[in-house]
Write a protein that binds this ligand. Structure first.
Ligand code: SF4
Length: 475
């Protein structure tokens, strides 16, 4: 009999969700349409956030912003982009949990203080923003959103540094957390990564223009070339004099979020010289080396399991098959108020191909299990389509802890692996067997140069603590 997992919240996520993507462009000659290029860059970063999108342009020091709720395509059209003229632009896509899905929380955030206009687009999470916010409110600051970005903007306004770029650097020295940030102030485009480099941020070039983005796939879409990753603790400033690079913190151990390689980042992106698809393939190869099961076909859960399944099939010699079809036209606007409708959502999105799976012993590959409800639904559909055995193989270790560094992972009590053994999880989701890749195997699969990783959601070893924000204090 299947064990019922008791702590499933109706609105909890069943996939690790990225919270934001950022893009920026500096074109001193004004020869590019920076708003349209930002739009295209954000389009490539859409997987990092689907709830709101925004672009702020800077024309000779005059800022103009447009943002709205929904996908990049829905927020912008040709007329809106035509009104956004300038030489510098920054853009943002945001994912949020339901409670904070408001236009007030859409980015970029544009603020004005005695130091001048400042626009900020930010990806990540500050773990001391509640404390700072309380201090600032006690000193009279009034907040208009729940964004960490606004905390940074207030710190800039209150900084004793008169120069706005210096004030931004001073502010970043006061915050703690995981973030990649792009800002515009005066005639400067500014990009910075937190001292441990949790979130990705790359620098590229398009003709004479410089571009920065969360991922290199945003460069590919506009024909820009990758120069390098922004380094942990580095702030670069781009203006008419070119690029300057400074470090605003002492060197810290690198702690890049390993989930960027497992799931979040697009497979065509390159991080630290490592292509994401190839890293995932290697995770699949490693999984095959660690697993001892006889089967007829290897089937990915699309699209998150595809790269690992290809690697698994190559290593094991078991044929790769497209045994589940993904409906490409399902948007994220699908309303999911109850668990029943969430289950329906899986059926709308994924459909097993009976002619492929019927009578077959299937190795089913996915990148992770968060709550287990989606996996259970997929396995049930595979059995209904006639699969004789289903061996579920996961290209990451069990997720046992929440993320406090910018990812929406569900709370700890909702994570199935936090409270159940591998055998219990297999029983709950209805798989004949369940195998997770080892943490060592995972780490060995990624060859990014000079990187060390945050693996806290698998180990509970939080590199900078859990902080005092979000639900950290409740757990
Ligand atoms: Fe990434 Fe997990 Fe660390 Fe969060 S806790 S930054 S998801 S590795």
């Amino acid at each position: 009999m299947e064990k019922e997992y008791p702590l499933q919240k109706k609105m909890a996520v069943d996939k690790m969700e990225e919270e934001c993507g950022v893009f920026g462009i500096y074109d001193s000659k004004g020869s590019n349409d920076v708003a349209t290029l930002s739009y295209l860059g954000l389009h490539a970063l859409q997987h990092r956030g689907q709830e709101s999108a925004g672009i702020c342009v800077n024309h000779r020091g005059k800022f103009n912003i447009y943002k709205g709720m929904g996908l990049v395509n829905n927020v912008f059209n040709e007329d809106i982009l035509a009104d956004l003229k300038g030489e510098i632009a920054i853009g943002h896509v945001r994912y949020s949990t339901t409670g904070s899905s408001l236009l007030a929380n859409a980015q970029p955030l544009l603020t004005n203080s005695i130091k001048g206009d400042l626009a900020i687009a930010h990806n990540g999470n500050l773990i001391n923003s509640s404390e700072i916010r309380l201090n600032l409110e006690n000193q009279g600051s009034i907040f208009h959103s729940t964004l960490d970005t606004e905390v940074i903007a207030h710190l800039v306004a209150r900084s004793f540094k008169d120069n706005i770029v210096e004030a931004l650097m001073h502010s970043l020295q006061q915050v703690k957390g995981a973030y990649s940030l792009i800002a515009m102030a005066g005639d400067n485009l500014i990009a910075a990564r937190d001292p441990h480099g949790f979130r990705p941020l790359s620098l590229g070039k398009l003709g004479d223009a410089y571009v920065v983005a969360s991922e290199t796939c945003a460069f590919d879409i506009i024909g820009a070339k990758l120069i390098r990753d922004i380094k942990p603790g580095e702030m670069i400033v781009i203006n008419k004099d070119g690029i300057t690079s400074r470090f605003y913190s002492e060197e810290q151990p690198s702690r890049f979020c390993i989930f960027e390689f497992i799931y979040f980042a697009r497979p065509d992106s390159v991080i630290g010289g490592q292509n994401v698809h190839l890293a995932r393939k290697e995770m699949g190869r490693q999984l095959a080396r660690e697993m001892d099961v006889e089967a007829d076909i290897v089937v990915p859960v699309p699209s998150s399991g595809i790269s690992a399944a290809i690697g698994f099939a190559e290593e094991s010699g078991i044929p790769y098959e497209k045994g589940i079809l993904r409906n490409r036209y399902v948007g994220r606007t699908f309303i999911q108020p109850t668990q029943e409708i969430r289950d329906l959502k899986v059926r709308v999105k994924l459909n097993p191909i009976r002619e492929i799976v019927e009578g077959k012993r299937v190795i089913l590959i996915d990148d992770s299990i968060v709550r287990g409800t989606t996996s259970k639904q997929i396995i049930r559909m595979m059995r209904e389509a006639g699969a004789s055995e289903i061996h579920f193989a996961i290209s990451s270790p069990p997720v046992i802890e929440s993320c406090y560094y910018g990812l929406d992972t569900s709370r700890r009590q909702e994570l199935i692996a936090a409270h159940n053994s591998v055998e219990e999880i297999a029983n709950y989701i209805g798989a004949d067997s369940l195998t997770y890749v080892s943490i060592e195997g995972l780490l060995n699969s990624i060859k990014a140069e000079g990187f060390d990783y945050c693996t806290a959601c698998f180990t509970g070893d939080y590199p900078i603590g859990r902080g005092t924000d979000k639900y950290a204090l409740e757990e």
